[in-house]
Design a protein around this ligand. Structure first.
Ligand code: ATP
Length: 457
């Protein structure tokens, strides 16, 4: 429901996942800031991606290239000419929109594209037929390097991490002694001068991407494309997105980007007003476009000599391109749940619980002394210190235990450990499970093993 996103935005702010950027100055819609829990959640998503894509594979290696690359990179990649969107302005309220986004929304509703923009109502003021002819607008974010704002100093912040990978193709292949099929993975910030940033962290002008370029022999590209579609789909499922909230979207041929032979998106049911599903990750067959164009513009040969076949070819590229910050939004929405928990009066209270996969939960364990007490508190603090060596741990001894459980449920902490007066004699603690709310008595010398079994890395 639409109020789910409102509930998540409000929880995100209140509990320190995501804050409006520069809020004390009124905020910007361009960017958001990640608070203490948000930075941990984002980091966990990134780590899971890196683990699956790099650590656990022999055929993919990592890279961290610069945000500002040589300007020639963007001429060669086509971004200076082709990274443009049709911009239109409502003449009544002077709000600007991307014409293609307006048309897509109409098509999703009516089953066919509008004959012209004059059929559309402005999403802001509601007036019809007020749009100007679309003008093409380049989405590259400009900056100037060096002391003068001269034409020579003009550079661009990268709109995708991919080009940093292509221009390092030879460096990486040689240094890591890899040959196709193999991949290069990179996570980092990208910048796009989006006309209409919005829907919380879904579309921002500054965001983070997780991209992997997989280089294969021409002819094997279609098979590898299918393979990566499945792999990426499984990754989201494994980390807790439910199947009914995911779908594939095949880009129609006439709308493919200039470099693409086929692109399939993984879409998530974000449920923003008006649109059910929206892109979470794009998986493209970029053909040999990128390596060829960089070979041509740089004069450096990026082809590969195939010893077995005794022939030279330019690798094809399969690219799963995911948004890290957009994935964080999907995981936040999916985790949000409301149910009931027993209260001390024998009744039930409503509780909000973030059902994060334990691998993504920002805090893994909360240590809660039953009450503030000169004997319980040091014991509990000692336990928290021990567990911190391995996990993100919160220590909380303020207010009633029920309220402290609620606070941990609301941020998705998988386990709460209560240190009570029995602990002082039996050297055991009570472990409460976030989802079942079941409690178990566990001996202190067993607690680390207990958690290790239930908190996979
Ligand atoms: P859209 O059609 O939504 O503008 P795109 O097709 O241009 O997106 P890609 O170029 O395929 O996006 O980028 C790969 C991924 O990067 C997207 O699937 C998305 O997760 C993320 N991404 C792209 N632009 C943004 C943005 N402005 N804010 C947040 N994430 C983004």
């Amino acid at each position: 429901p639409a109020d789910r996103i409102d509930a998540v935005v409000s929880l995100a702010k209140r509990r320190g996942f995501v804050f409006p950027s520069s809020e004390i100055y009124g905020g910007t819609r361009s960017a958001w800031d990640y608070g203490p829990l948000g930075v941990a959640l984002k980091d966990n998503v990134r780590q899971q991606w890196w683990k699956t894509m790099v650590q656990q594979r022999d055929d993919i290696v990592g890279l961290d290239s610069a945000v500002i690359l040589a300007r020639d990179v963007w001429t060669a990649s086509g971004h200076i000419d082709a990274f443009v969107d049709p911009l239109t302005e409502c003449q009544s309220c002077h709000k600007r929109f991307r014409a293609d986004h307006l048309e897509e929304a109409w098509e999703a509703k009516h089953g066919a594209p509008p004959a012209s923009l004059s059929e559309l109502n402005c999403p802001n003021c509601g007036n019809k037929g007020t749009f100007t002819e679309p003008k093409m607008f380049n989405g590259l974010m400009k900056t100037y390097l060096g002391p003068t704002e001269s034409a020579d100093g003009l550079h661009y912040l990268r709109p995708e991490t991919a080009q940093g990978i292509f221009v390092n193709y030879n460096n990486v292949a040689t240094a890591a002694r890899k040959k196709p099929p193999f991949g290069i993975a990179q996570v980092g910030k990208s910048f796009r001068n989006e006309i209409t940033p919005g829907n919380f962290i879904f579309r921002t002008r500054e965001f983070e991407q997780m991209e992997m370029e997989f280089f294969v022999a021409p002819g094997s590209d279609e098979e590898w494309h299918e393979y990566w579609l499945q792999q990426r789909w499984n990754w989201y499922l494994d980390l807790g997105l439910s199947e009914e909230n995911l779908r594939f979207f095949e880009h129609p041929e006439e709308k493919l980007s200039h470099y693409s032979k086929r692109t399939v998106d993984i879409e998530y049911r974000f449920q923003f007003g008006g649109t059910e599903f929206a892109e979470l990750e794009g998986i493209a067959n970029r053909t040999d476009f990128d390596l060829k164009t960089h070979s041509k513009h740089s004069g450096v040969d990026l082809s590969f000599f195939d010893q077995e076949k005794q022939e030279r070819w330019v690798p094809y590229v399969i690219e799963p391109a995911a948004g890290l910050t957009r994935a964080v939004l999907a995981f936040l929405l999916e985790a949000y749940d409301e149910d009931e928990a027993p209260n001390t009066k024998g009744g039930v209270d409503k509780r909000t619980v973030m059902r994060f996969d334990p691998r993504l939960a920002p805090v893994k364990v909360a240590v809660l002394p039953l009450s503030r007490n000169p004997e319980l508190s040091p014991k509990a603090r000692g336990l928290a210190e021990t567990l911190r060596k391995r996990w993100m741990v919160e220590f909380d001894d303020s207010q009633a235990i029920g309220r402290r459980y609620r606070r941990q449920d609301e941020i998705g902490t998988p386990f709460c450990i209560t240190v009570d007066f029995d602990t002082l004699t039996d050297d055991a603690v009570t472990v409460r499970d976030r989802d079942t709310m079941k409690q178990e008595r566990v001996a202190l010398d067993q607690i680390e093993d207990y958690l290790i079994k239930r908190l996979p890395g």
